[in-house]
Structure formats: C-alpha cells, structure tokens
Ligand binder design. Structure first.
Ligand code: IPM
Ligand code: SF4
Length: 821
C-alpha cells in the first residue's frame, strides 16, 4: 500500500498504527489509546450514553479531573463539591462528572486528590500520556500532549460520546506541516515567546487542516515542559495537533512517571525510537523559523496572531495591507483601549495571571520566581495570581520554597485549576481591566466580560507584575542567585511511596531539566519568516478531507456489507470479516435551505465569541440560542445593541449565517457554539474557511458549513443588500437567489455531504465494528503491551503484589480520594 511503502512523517506513522478499519476513500476508524475528560464537555456525552443504555467501553483508558470550574481558594481537608463550589451551575457540573465517573468506573482525580489539576498538566505528569499514543479530550488544548510524540487533539462532545462508547474516532488523515526552528533562543526567551512569534508569522489559520510537526535544533534543545507550552498553542495556530518526535529528553521525563510502563519499558523505548519522520517524507507545507529573530513577545490585540515584541509599539490599521487584517486591527485597538504608536513598555496592567495549561508547570514557576525573588508587585497591580497547573506542581513548588517567593512579592498562591485563563470560577477580570496572562487566548471577554488580555511568558508576567507595565525580565534587577538544579524537587511521585500509602513524599531528581532564566538583555526585531512550500500530495479541503474523488461514504459502504481490513504497519495486518449490521438512519438534513442571510463582517470569529464562556457551565445542549454572541449582542445591562448584526430586523428570521472573514469557529472545542447557532435557527454557516474542530462539531449535529471564495462572499452580500434570500442546494453545492439566479458554488467534502444527506447515526455504525475493534485491541496488547501496562487490570494486580502490596492509584482513586461523595 502506498502509505506503507513511501517514507512517512511522524504523524503518518502514528496515524497508520491506529487504524482499526480503513476504507478505500481514506476514512478510517482510529483507535484511541487515551481519553481525558473534564466537567465542562462531558455531561452531554454521558447523557447521550445513558439515553441509549450504553456503557463506557474501556473505562481504564479514560482519565477524569475537574479543572475548569473549580475555585482556587484553599481546599479544606475532605473538601466536598457540594459546599466548596458556591456557584450553582459550576457545582452541578462538577457533581455530574463525579456521578458519571463513579457509575462508569472511570479513574477520577477530584478536588480531594493531590493529583487533581488541569487535564493537560496531569496527563503528562502522571505518565498517562505516552509517546506514540492517540490522545483525545473534549478540549482544544489537547494538542499539548503532542510534545511527547503522541497524536493528540481536541474533540467535541459528540466525539467524546463516541470515544466513550467505542474507544475509536472516525477520522481522515490531516495534511502534514513542518515548522523547523533553527538558530538559538536568547536567554530569557521562552518557548511561549517562540510560539507567539510563530503564530504571528503564520497566522491563526496558518495550520488549519494540518498536524504541525515542530523540529530542528531549537526544538530538540527544549525541555519537555517547554515543548508542552509550544504544542499547547498549536491550536492557536489553527492546527488541531502539534507533534515533536520523542527523544532522550522525552524518555527521561516519561520514565519517572507513575503510570509509565516498567516491565515493558525497554520494548517501549525501542519502539518509540522509531517514531521519527523518515528521510524523504513529504510535508504539505514547511515553514522555517530563525530563533535568533525571536524576542520576548506579547499580544497587543484580541487574536493570538496579533503579536509584537516587548520592546515594540502598538501597530496602526495602516500598517496592514490586507483589508481583513486592517479591520481586525481597528476593532482590536478599540476593544483593548490602545492607540497606535504607543510603546508596549507604557501599557499599565491591572492584573497578572501566571497559570493555565500553557504555563503552569514547575519550570514556569521557577522561571517566574527567578525574576520575582526580592521584589514586590507594583502598587497599580490590583491582583497578581499564581495558580499551579496541578496539585503535584503546587506541592513541588512549595517544597522548593517558590510559593514563599511569590507570596512575599505579593502574589496570591492558589490551588490548581484553569482559573483566570477562562474565568469560569471566581477568578476573572472586571470590565476593561487589563491583564498580563500566561494563558493562551486573548479573545474578547475571555478572562471576564470586557476584560483585556495580553498573552505573555511567565518571565514577562513576573517582570510586568513588578514594573506594573508590560516589561521584559531584562528590565528587572535580579536580586538573588539562581537556585542550583540539584535544589529542585521534581513533580514526579516516588512510585513505591505513591502505591504503598497516602504518603505525599516527593522524590528528588537531580537530572531535572529545568531552564533557569538569566536576565540578560533581549533585543532584535522579528523579520519575515522564510517559507518553503513543497508539493501538495493531493487536493484536499482545509479539513483534510479528500475533495478529488467520489466519496461514497464510509458507513454507506459498510452498511452495504463491503468488507474492510485491520491495518497499521506496526501491527500485523489481517483481513477481518465485516460485521454488517444496518446503521440506524436518524436523518438530520432532508431539505435544501431557502432563507434569509444574517451577515457578520469579521474574521477569526472564535467560539468564545459565538458562545461565551459564562454559559459553558450548562449541562444541556438545547435552548442555548439566547447565549449566541451574547457578549456582542447585549449591553452589560442586558439591553440589545441595535448595531449588532443579530439584532437587526433582517437577521430575525435568518436561517443562513454568512461570516465574511476566514477561520470561523476558531479556538475552543465547545460544541455549545454549534448547539447555540442551531437553537437560534441557523441551518447553515457560509464562510471563506472554518476551524477544524468547529467543522467537525457542526457536521456531527447536522449544521451545514459551506466554504466559499471571496467573490461568492461579495455576491451574497450584494444579493442580501437588495433583499433577496438565498437558496442552498446541497446535492449540487450551489447557491442561488430567490429569482433562481446563480450566486456561485460552495465546497463541501463528499463524505460530509453524504453524512448530512443520510443522517446516519455514527455511534451505531461504529459499534457494528465491534469485532474489528476487539481484534485490534488484542493485537495491540500483544504487539505494544506497554500501552496498557500501567492500566490493564491484570498488570495492576501483578504490580500491586510485586512492588508495593497496595493498589493502583487510578483504581484506588475512587476509594482513597473521592469516596465521600
Ligand atoms: C471548555 C473547553 C471546551 C475549552 C476548550 O476546548 O479549549 C476550554 O478549555 C477553553 O480553553 O476554552
Ligand atoms: S486553555 Fe485554559 S480553560 Fe482551556 S484547558 Fe487550558 S487552562 Fe483550562
């Protein structure tokens, strides 16, 4: 087969090794090794399972934690969600998760667990994340785990349900992108600065439809934690996943982790060493970055691509030639309360936040502590908040005395959680408050309604807290000697201690690869990125679906009784008879659409804008139309803003939404955005391009996304202006006005079209592959036993007896840590 014979990229290798069933059209059933869940995106998935009377197929392959909603205030011993979470909707969401994991026997690190924390911090630190894994989570920053050479990406709630029920996902191969970083990062320039610089260079849609492999000498030199910060923000570059080939650094990090394989370690490591892009493998897109050009970098606007060096000045709309970027600049300046030409160094902040799945690991706190030591937070900074990414990070920092440095400086030192990254708990910005934040999203109202966010590295956050204005570490006099590496206590737990008792003993590890930040001068201005474009292998849509072939539909063929095969080059190939059962046809899209168009003239419309975060605490999926664009649609007093497009009379009965700018639906994976659009009455969204996860979520719910070029956008605007409605013919992929005059064509992958037209229930269809999934699991257990060594009940029993005489932390977490529900 072609995909086996030619040299392959790292992404292709991992993808191929997880194919349970493959169709000629390229759609596959992909096996999922690891599934992470949290309270926000799982309730509707469990409800879906319950409605159908389904169980969780492999509970031990899922790991749950509560992170988004949880308060970060002190947690008393024996803390209970019922009293600790004072906000009712947040409490209900966490309690639902607690009930669901208990009913389905899913390992859960809840409020009482020392291992509780942000889902993307705890997965790697526990060794749940392994190289070569496929990892998914109902959360867009699942890309973080790609730092280990795992294929990790965010999914929507419908897919969470699919994974719970089947341990697989329906997938098509994405395109391959390579970001090669050469040169050298200057002292004080972190992987966060590098990633902001990359996003500024390629744009927030630069990676759409691709999986980015980061490579080159600079990447190889990064510690695992820095690699995680980098891969974390792949989603902000538009890519669903980021990847770094595993190496000695990776193995050293993984080996010490609680759930990492032990008995099968050597086999595992030998296999992981093969996980590299082969010489001659083709990338669809290659971008070269010179690390020498990267200085401490911050965002000035409301999109992660609106970046500027810390020693720069705020841009003006006239600095951009692209009209979309010009307009985005105008809107962002108004929102951020900035004027063109203003020096970054003159921008005063009200709050500083060091936390989030991007930068709340031990190295981040060490780096910030190096700057903070001996200093105090500037008087104009109303709140400086330090929120460790996990209980283990917090504990390790406290053992090193880092908390003391933070507290002495005037920071609040908190319990683990997402906190002010998204402000779903009590930690948020008041309207117009400005924050230097180590998080990953500077969208409007992300950290609090009308709050203003500047994304920064932990080093810049610390320097800013001291100065009171956005500042580089070089502007702060360093008052203390850096701590020596041997002083550092790593976050990994001594396995014997962890298994044998409730002891919280942390093991010392002198090989810890912490990066100590020096306060030397940073300078330099980013120059243009050199782009090298290689041949595109085959025409694909932005979302990786093949556009060039008749695409009869994966399940359409399957229901017709055609056989398929188990494939994946690291696994024995074996033809397997299809278990042919008719899929339930719960048709979702019977007619073509004929309706009026509501028009929003913006680019990069993120799902935080479509469905603001404060509504994410819902556990339902219906009746959400009221939340649609609510931050833009209503004034703070609840009255409608007449100028907002949804409040105009012509939008009232619109069933079609046109976004004139590209990258609609970027950001968070919240499927709520789709549910809200549908509840409002939209049946189709038309835009020049869509973000990947949103694209998937929409089709799972029967919302048509029509991709059109700029001319068609123009024509729809003209037709709407003269009062015409638009007719959409899905079969023909055409748009007409109500006089039957052609407006143009739209793009949709054949597979998506068939999905809409047939309305086949995906989980039913996948469950018909039961035998193949089972066979795949058996083969995998034989060929790659390390993936389940720390998880498989039998191995756990053995390890329990051999090592400690106690239970597996995952199995026991219900007993030890969350029993008091
Ligand atoms: C709640 C969740 C769906 C969301 C995500 O997908 O990213 C959140 O983590 C965020 O950062 O906005
Ligand atoms: S981006 Fe923020 S809200 Fe989302 S998972 Fe990370 S820390 Fe949590």
């Amino acid at each position: 087969m072609d995909s086996v014979a030619r040299p392959r990229t790292l992404y292709e290798k991992i993808f191929d090794a997880h194919v349970v069933a493959e169709r000629e059209d390229g759609t596959v059933l992909l096996y999922i090794d690891r599934h992470l869940i949290h309270e926000v995106t799982s309730p509707q998935a469990f409800e879906g399972l319950d409605k159908k009377g389904r169980s969780v197929r492999r509970p031990e392959l899922t790991l749950a934690t509560s992170d988004h909603n949880v308060p970060t205030s002190e947690r008393p011993r024996g803390v209970k969600a019922s009293t600790y979470l004072t906000r009712e909707d947040s409490r209900i969401q966490v309690q639902k998760l607690e009930r669901n994991v208990k009913r389905h026997h899913i390992p859960y690190f809840g409020l009482r667990s020392k291992r509780q924390g942000i889902v993307h911090v705890i997965g790697p630190e526990l060794g749940f994340t392994l190289p070569g894994n496929t990892i998914v989570c109902g959360d867009s920053h699942t890309s973080t785990h790609g730092a280990f050479g795992a294929l990790a990406h965010g999914i929507g709630t419908s897919e969470v349900e699919h994974v719970l029920a089947t341990q697989t996902l329906v997938a098509v191969k994405s395109r391959n992108m390579n970001v090669v970083v050469r040169g050298r990062l200057a002292d004080g320039v972190t992987s966060k600065d590098l990633m902001l610089y990359i996003i500024g260079s390629i744009g927030t849609a630069g990676g759409t439809g691709t999986v980015i492999e980061f490579s080159g000498p600079v990447i190889e030199d990064l510690t695992m934690e820095s690699r995680m910060s980098l891969c974390n923000m792949s989603i902000e570059a538009g890519a669903r996943a980021g990847l770094i080939a595993p190496d000695e650094e990776t193995f050293a990090y993984v080996k010490r982790r609680e759930m990492a394989p032990r008995e099968t370690w050597d086999m595992a490591e030998a296999y992981w060493k093969t996980l590299r892009t082969e010489a001659g493998a083709l990338f669809d897109k290659v971008v070269e970055i010179n690390a020498n050009d990267v200085t401490p970098t911050i965002t000035w606007g409301t999109s992660p691509e609106q970046v500027i060096p810390i020693n720069g000045v705020v841009p003006a709309p006239s600095d951009f030639s692209d009209p979309v970027k010009k307009e985005s600049c105008r809107l962002a300046l108004a929102y951020m309360g900035l004027t063109p030409g203003m020096k970054v160094a003159d921008i005063a902040v009200d709050k500083v936040f060091i936390g989030s799945c991007t930068n709340a690991r031990i190295e981040d706190f060490r780096a910030a502590a190096q700057i903070l030591r001996g200093h105090t937070v500037a008087p104009n900074v109303k709140l400086a908040l330090a929120v460790p990414g996990s209980g283990l990070v917090k504990r390790a920092a406290e053992d090193e005395g880092i908390d003391i440095i933070f507290k002495r400086a005037g920071f609040h030192w908190r319990e683990a959680g997402c906190s002010m990254c998204v402000g779903l708990n009590e930690d948020s910005l008041a309207p117009t408050e400005r924050c230097a934040s180590t998080s990953n999203r500077n969208f409007e109202s992300r950290q609090g309604t009308a709050g203003r966010t500047h994304l920064v590295s932990p080093v810049v956050a610390a320097a800013t807290a001291i100065k009171g204005t956005l500042a580089a570490a070089s502007q702060i006099t360093k008052l203390a000697e850096p701590a020596s590496r041997s002083q550092h206590v790593d976050v990994d737990v001594d396995v014997d201690a962890a298994y044998s008792s409730d002891s919280e003993t942390l093991s010392e590890d002198s090989s810890s690869q912490s990066s100590l930040i020096s306060s030397s001068e940073y300078s330099g201005t980013p120059t243009k990125v050199k782009r090298v474009w290689t041949a595109v292998k085959k025409p694909v849509t932005e979302h990786g679906d093949s556009m060039d072939q008749a695409y009869p539909g994966y399940y359409g063929q399957r229901a017709g009784g055609r056989s398929s095969s188990v494939s994946g080059c690291e696994h024995p190939k074996q033809a397997v008879e299809q278990v042919a059962q008719p899929a339930t046809n719960n048709s979702r899209f019977e007619d073509n659409i004929n309706g009026s168009v509501a028009i929003i003239k913006r680019a990069n419309i993120d799902t935080d804008a479509i469905f603001p975060k404060q509504f994410c605490t819902t556990t339902g999926r219906t009746g959400l139309g009221h939340a649609l664009f609510s931050n833009l649609r209503y004034n703070p007093d609840g009255s409608p803003r007449p100028s907002f497009f949804l409040n105009r009379p012509e939008s009232r009965n619109a069933s079609i939404l046109l976004a004139t700018g590209p990258n609609f639906g970027c950001g968070s994976s919240r499927e709520h955005a789709v549910w809200a659009l549908q509840d409002f009455g939209f049946r189709c969204v038309i835009a020049p391009s869509f973000a990947d996860i949103f694209y998937n979520n929409a089709f799972k719910n029967g919302l048509l996304l029509a991709q059109v070029n700029a001319d068609v956008v123009e024509r729809i605007v003209t037709e709407s202006n003269v009062g015409h409605s638009v007719k959409i013919n899905l079969e023909q992929q055409t748009l007409q006005n109500d006089q039957n005059a052609d407006i143009g064509q739209f793009e949709i992958p054949e597979r998506r079209k068939q999905e809409l037209l047939s309305g086949i229930g995906e989980i039913e269809a996948t469950l018909a592959f039961y035998a193949q999934i089972k066979l795949y699991e058996e083969l995998r257990r034989q060929m790659s036993p390390w993936y389940e060594e720390g998880l498989h009940p039998q191995t756990n029993v053995r390890r329990r007896q051999l090592v400690t005489g106690q239970g597996n932390p995952l199995v026991d977490c219900h007993k030890k840590e969350t029993l008091a529900w």
